[in-house]
Every structure is written in C-alpha cells, then in structure tokens.
Design a protein around this ligand. Structure first.
Ligand SMILES: [Zn+2]
Length: 105
C-alpha cells in the first residue's frame, strides 16, 4: 500500500521504481547478449549463416525477456530500501515512505 503525500495529503502517490527499471534494463541487455551468443554458438555447429543470424535474434529476444524479468525481480527490493522512493502526482513532492514527516525531508 502506498502512503498519502505528506505535503498535500492526497493519495495520488506512485512508487518511483528507479532500481527496478534500471535493473530490468541491465538484465534485458545482459540477457539478450547472453542469449544471442549462446544461440549463435549452438547454430554455428550446423554451418548455416542464416541459421546463425536467426538463432542470434531469437536467442537475443528470449534472453532479453528472461533478463528483464530477473532484473525486475532483483530491483524491486532495492527500490524499497532506497530513500525518496515515492512521488506525489498531485504536487510533485518526492518522499520516503519510512520518513513521512515533511520537516525531516
Ligand atoms: Zn502531494
């Protein structure tokens, strides 16, 4: 559950998900590279250039999707530990759920 904005007391508050977004992007790229290179290694044994390219694309897509999911799972708990992880959509105030007193933020 998201806390109300400490500044304007509305409930239009969204989590910022900085770590989750970053980790998902890194995981997606790393997964794509890993997936493409391992698929290419497998396809090279058949000595078919089109097969290598197709395998690289397919492996990249599959690896990217898997990496994105993994990165997202890793990033979610990091986000909860980061300070100022909520943003009010009404007034734009950024605050920490564990430190809701506006005097301290
Ligand atoms: Zn607000």
């Amino acid at each position: 559950m998201t806390p109300p904005c400490p500044q304007c007391h509305t409930a239009f508050v969204v989590p910022r998900r900085r770590a989750q977004t970053t980790a998902a992007a890194i995981g997606g790229i790393a997964g794509a590279i890993q997936g493409a290179s391992s698929a290419m290694t497998d396809a090279k044994e058949n000595d078919d250039p089109l097969g290598v390219i197709a395998s690289a694309i397919l492996g990249g897509l599959l690896g990217g999707a898997a990496g994105c999911v993994a990165g997202s799972a890793i990033g979610a708990p990091i986000d909860q530990a980061l300070p100022d992880n909520f943003r009010c959509q009404a007034c734009g105030h950024v605050f920490d759920a564990n430190r809701t007193d506006p005097v301290l933020t």
